[in-house]
Design a protein around this ligand. Sequence first.
Ligand SMILES: [Zn+2]
Length: 83
Amino acid sequence: MQHDVKEHDVKQRGEVDRHGRQTTTVTVGNALEVFLAFAVGCTLWAALRRLRGRQITAFRCPACARPTSRAYPRCRHCGAPVS
Ligand SMILES: [Zn+2]
């Protein structure tokens, strides 16, 4: 009688342990997935921002068609006036 109870106890504990481990694994997996999605989102956002910033700052000279900045009154490459 006592032996049966002990065996049942051990079996139950083992099941609980296994369940706990599974839950932990799933939680870690979800956290990793969320972290990866966050990292990918951040990378995409940074790339988009960089691309947009380049599009705004990059301005092609009408005379030589090379990228220059509208911050300068004249093209840095050929000296043509940039308006
Ligand atoms: Zn130019």
